[in-house]
Write a protein that binds this ligand. Structure first.
Ligand code: GAR
Length: 201
């Protein structure tokens, strides 16, 4: 049984989708903990209601990124993670942190990477006038919103779309994409080969 530790900063709807899929599809893995950098993250309530251990490591309690990341890693490691899942975890991570979990940390980003890294991805997509938008699941490396891509989901940009409409339509797809990618990881089907992901049958 693999241990998944999920990091959130807010709503946690992707975390919820992963918890539900792991149970419904009987993955050889369990969500061992949900950890937030914000005490009022809504997702913590869902996790607690589902009997999942929760923890808060507030970045406000630490003077710099390095000390916060070190404290966070200490809490994460108490749950012996095989995989760390960033699910709306809105922090820039230090190289020491990304190195510690290299090859075993995934992120979901709401754009078709390498397009639109960073914040406000739906606004960026609308401003660029793209016909398609999407979400990307990737292994986390030191460079923000880069790293070997595991999977992507696409949606059309429709006439009249605003950022909220795009975000809402994309979220539905994120909730399918992220569990699908994480399941591949826990079933040992992902290999990183020369900086690219190969999916085994
Ligand atoms: C999701 O749309 C996720 O892709 C995005 O934040 C949202 C979190 O929603 N992540 C990022 O922007 C990371 N850079 P959730 O808390 O309901 O899962």
């Amino acid at each position: 049984m693999k241990n998944i530790v999920i990091l959130i900063s807010g709503r946690g709807s992707n975390m919820e989708a992963v918890v539900r899929a792991a149970q419904a599809e009987q993955w050889p893995a369990r969500v061992a903990a949900v950890i937030s950098n914000k005490a009022d993250a809504k997702g913590l309530v869902f996790a607690a209601e589902h009997g999942i251990p929760t923890a808060v490591v507030s970045n406000k309690d630490y003077p710099d990124r390095a000390s916060f990341d070190a404290a966070l890693a200490e809490v994460i490691d108490q749950f012996a993670p095989d995989l760390v899942v960033l699910a709306g975890f809105m922090r820039i991570l230090t190289p020491a942190f990304t190195e510690r979990y290299a090859g075993r940390m995934l992120n979901i980003h709401p754009s078709l990477l390498p397009l639109f890294p960073g914040l406000h991805t739906h606004e960026q997509a609308l401003a660029a006038g793209v016909a398609e938008h999407g979400a990307t699941v990737h292994f986390v490396t030191a460079e923000l919103d880069h790293g070997p891509i595991v999977g992507q989901a696409r949606i059309p940009v429709l006439p009249g779309d605003d950022a909220d409409q795009l975000a809402a339509r994309l979220l539905v797809e994120e909730h399918k994409l992220y569990p699908r990618c994480i399941r591949l990881f826990v079933e040992d089907k992902l290999v990183i080969d020369n900086g690219a992901v190969r999916i085994l049958n």
